[in-house]
Design a protein around this ligand. Structure first.
Ligand code: DOR
Ligand code: ZN
Length: 345
């Protein structure tokens, strides 16, 4: 196969940061994706609808004039968010709220310390039809970092789903066979996003020829059996699995650091990466469902009307991009990718 035309895809999980950083990363996403679900974990987390709407305007002001791109906004759940904010959020077009267990990842310090504390908010979300997006890892330091996702399912996700059977939940950036099986076993209301890097890489990548901080993200890459399970889920045609890059830009100086920040920057070449993964699995025929159809169906949105062309045309990934006062290094910097992506006129 040399060319594949798709309904334009969406990115259902994206970090774009704020301020000058938007200038670099927003165009990268808008060149491929029609919409993206924007994560609210800014330095000052977005907990209020009006702040998320102002942020949306800042993102939109960085979309190149010839492109159309819609940021889908989310709010950050804390122990203290008022249930009354949910009706306001729904009315103003916020699509979802993000649950970060406190301390689980980048800028999650103000996250939820005990899910029971947000039960009144979850109840309001269930009534108003707002989705819950979950960073599914326990923060219990006694649990091995490679097991934190699997343990989260039993300790938190299953009880939560029992208590809120009508709440639509996205289990974000899943990384394990257990998560794939759990999503498949759910009868309704549960879906999952999958990143390109978890489909392409296992944890050996972090240690190949030395410690490689650009491969460090959370949830951390897992062993090969898990990668195989994720690839099977993504390419199976099952409508509960869809694309979410979790592209998470950090200054190169903070990645190449004694305590490197978690996050892989993949947005600039995202569709090339997903195409490589699907091609390796021999399932290019399933890429459109995963990238362009399953997400809108779960969120209850229309599919896109524009189209994206993937062409077998190799190119080298740019080594770095200017990023605020510093540099941003993408995953696979300097490596050759086989598929290029272009919006069709
Ligand atoms: O690797 C990650 N980076 N995982 C997350 O959950 C957050 C993200 C970020 O914001 O940098
Ligand atoms: Zn994320």
């Amino acid at each position: 196969m040399e060319t594949l035309d798709l309904i334009q895809p969406d990115d259902w999980h994206l970090h774009v940061r704020d301020g000058d950083f938007l200038k670099t990363v927003v165009p990268h996403t808008a060149e491929q994706f029609a919409r993206a679900v924007i994560m609210p974990n800014l330095k000052v987390p977005l907990t209020q609808t009006q702040d998320a709407l102002a942020y949306k305007e800042r993102i939109l002001s960085n979309v190149p004039k010839h492109l159309s791109f819609e940021p889908l906004m989310t709010l950050y759940l804390t122990d203290h968010l008022k249930p009354s904010e949910i009706a306001v959020a729904k009315e103003q077009g916020i699509v979802a709220l993000k649950l970060y267990p406190a301390g689980a990842t980048t800028h999650s310090d103000l996250g939820v310390t005990d899910i029971k504390r947000i039960y009144p908010v979850l109840d309001a979300m269930q009534r108003h039809g707002l989705l819950l997006l979950v960073h599914g890892e326990v923060t219990d330091p006694s649990v091995d970092i490679f097991d934190r996702e699997a343990v989260f399912i039993d300790r938190h996700l299953e009880p939560l789903r029992k208590d809120f059977p009508a709440l639509k939940i996205v289990f974000e950036h899943i990384t394990t066979q257990q998560a794939c099986e759990y999503v498949k076993s759910a009868d309704q209301g549960l879906a999952a996003t999958l990143t390109a890097h978890h489909l392409l890489l296992n944890r050996n990548a972090i240690f190949k020829g030395g410690l490689r901080p650009h491969y460090y993200c959370l949830p951390v890459l897992k062993r090969e059996t898990h990668r195989m399970a994720l690839l099977e889920a993504a390419t199976s045609g099952d409508e509960r699995f869809f694309l979410g890059t979790d592209s998470a830009p950090h200054l190169a100086t903070l990645k190449e650091h004694a305590s490197a920040c978690a996050g892989c920057y993949t947005a600039s070449v995202a569709m090339s990466l997903y195409a490589s993964a699907f091609e390796a699995a021999g399932r290019m025929d399933q890429l459109e469902r995963f990238a362009s159809l399953n997400g809108p169906a779960f969120y209850g949105l229309e599919k896109n009307t524009q189209r994206l062309r993937l062409q077998k045309q190799s190119f080298e990934v740019q080594v770095e991009y200017p990023f605020g006062e510093g540099a941003l290094k993408p995953l696979f910097a300097g490596e050759t990718l086989e598929w290029s992506a272009h919006l069709m006129a």
